[in-house]
Design a protein around this ligand. Structure first.
Ligand SMILES: Cc1cc2nc3c(=O)[nH]c(=O)nc-3n(C[C@H](O)[C@H](O)[C@H](O)COP(=O)(O)OP(=O)(O)OC[C@H]3O[C@@H](n4cnc5c(N)ncnc54)[C@H](O)[C@@H]3O)c2cc1C
Length: 405
């Protein structure tokens, strides 16, 4: 074998890739792996980057493993980008001009942030928080600038707003939806977050999209939202993300929103697997969550090891701590209004809604019961019934409403 031939190549070095490698090695598989890494530092925990803006971070922080781990596990980690795949010859081509051959290829290329087209501003001048160096660039701007506009009221946008407020910045959030985190929480809980944000001085605009700005002589941006004239120093796009499918599409793999995979993470090419945020599963699901990507990396490895285990899309959860609230949402997008029974309870600052289908827990959302988050998760995985929830996750004294959906 020459140095450019690998039994396994992984494109994209994040949690899917690391989990794949861990599983291979745990099972005693020692095949050499080429890991092509498109960023400027060792793979790191992406979820941390926008939650640590107040504290700041160094290039070495949040590493998933240090260089010795890659060496000891016989991983050739290269900082390069794959620009083309010739699937018919099982070759990848990198930006630096290298060509490598594979027997099995794992595509774990994740997502790219959606940067909206806004008249009057170059897209490169709009910030995002996708990669560690994006956040570093934003932190650099934070030193001098005061007025920040965040486009998007999803998790990334709200977490970034929270950090900027804590850094003493003036923050405005322009949200297309009515409430912040509306895709993850019913209105009644999203309103609690909105209230807290406003109390901390965040200016919220709902039902808006930013179409154009005027750059002022001092470099600031002037724009109109709902009839108000506003000025900002920095614009940050947290408007969602799209799977990086270009490589896959150009090489002829089946793609839609993501790279189409079956329950074994296999793409339409028998020697190429895909996992993590770039993969599109049954019913069009693109998972977009850290633990989901980690799980898929493991399953992809089991497939390569010939120990196929089917991916069943377990109910993943998202938790976030923002504006003095602990917020937890699990499987909320599965709720069918009018069919599932919703049980809403309040106790002190805890507020939760548990959704049941045929007396089995199907989804749950809550604020401020973080100490028991793992139990809520277990309840969902094991589909506890209402009686068991009341026994194992009590919320006295009872103030309970039940309604459909
Ligand atoms: C700011 C932020 C906060 C988040 N917070 C949470 C959270 O709290 N909880 C949660 O569950 N999830 C969170 N997520 C989502 C979570 O980080 C992702 O689900 C997870 O990182 C997906 O892992 P992945 O392996 O699919 O790839 P990614 O982490 O997306 O990484 C893909 C890698 O592939 C590289 N790549 C792409 N194309 C190429 C190429 N052609 N050549 C070489 N390399 C390439 C990219 O540069 C990147 O390094 C957050 C995401 C962001 C951006």
């Amino acid at each position: 074998m020459t140095s450019n031939n690998y039994p396994i190549i992984i494109v994209g070095a994040s949690i899917t890739a690391i989990s794949f490698i861990r599983t291979m090695r745990e099972h005693g598989d020692k095949r050499r792996i080429l890991l092509v890494h498109g960023e400027d530092r060792l793979p790191y925990k992406r979820t941390k980057i926008n939650k640590n803006m107040v504290r700041g971070f160094d290039k070495d922080d949040f590493r998933l493993a240090d260089q010795t781990w890659y060496d000891e596990n016989e991983i050739d980690l290269i900082m390069d980008r794959v620009i083309h795949i010739t699937a018919s010859e099982k070759l990848i081509h990198t930006k630096s001009g290298q060509i490598y051959s594979y027997e099995k290829l794992l595509l774990a290329t994740g997502v790219a942030p959606v940067v909206p087209v806004i008249n009057g501003i170059d897209r490169k001048d709009i910030h995002s928080v996708q990669n560690a160096n994006d956040v570093e660039r934003l932190l650099e701007e934070c030193k001098e600038q005061k007025r920040f506009l965040i486009i998007g009221g999803g998790v990334e946008g709200i977490e970034t707003a929270d950090q900027l407020v804590r850094k003493g910045k003036q923050v405005t959030v322009a949200n297309r939806m009515r409430y912040p985190l509306q895709k993850l929480f019913p209105d009644v809980l999203a309103k609690e977050l909105e209230y807290k944000m406003k109390a901390k001085g965040v200016q919220l605009f709902d039902g808006v999209s930013v179409a154009s700005v005027n750059v002022q002589a001092d470099g600031s941006y002037k724009l109109q939202l709902k009839g108000e004239t506003l000025f900002f120093d920095v614009i940050v796009a947290c408007a969602g993300a799209t799977p990086n499918i270009d490589l896959a599409r150009k090489t002829g793999l089946k793609t839609e929103r993501g790279i189409l995979v079956n329950e074994y993470l296999e793409t339409s090419d028998q020697d190429i697997l895909a996992g993590g945020d770039v993969a599109q599963h049954a019913r069009g699901v693109v998972t977009g969550l850290w633990h989901a990507a980690e799980h898929q990396g493991k399953l992809a490895a089991l497939n390569v090891l010939g120990k196929k285990e089917a991916h069943t899309l377990p109910p993943y959860r998202l938790k976030t701590e923002v504006f003095d609230l602990y917020m937890f949402s699990a499987a909320y997008d599965e709720v069918i209004p009018g069919r599932d029974l919703a049980v809403e309870e309040k106790h002190g600052d805890i507020h939760r809604i548990m959704y049941y289908q045929d007396d089995k827990l199907k989804a749950s959302v809550f604020v401020n019961d973080g100490d028991r988050a793992k139990t809520y998760q277990k309840a969902l995985f094991e589909a506890w019934d209402k009686a068991k929830i009341e026994a194992e996750l009590p919320l006295p004294p009872k103030l309970q409403f039940s309604f459909m959906g």
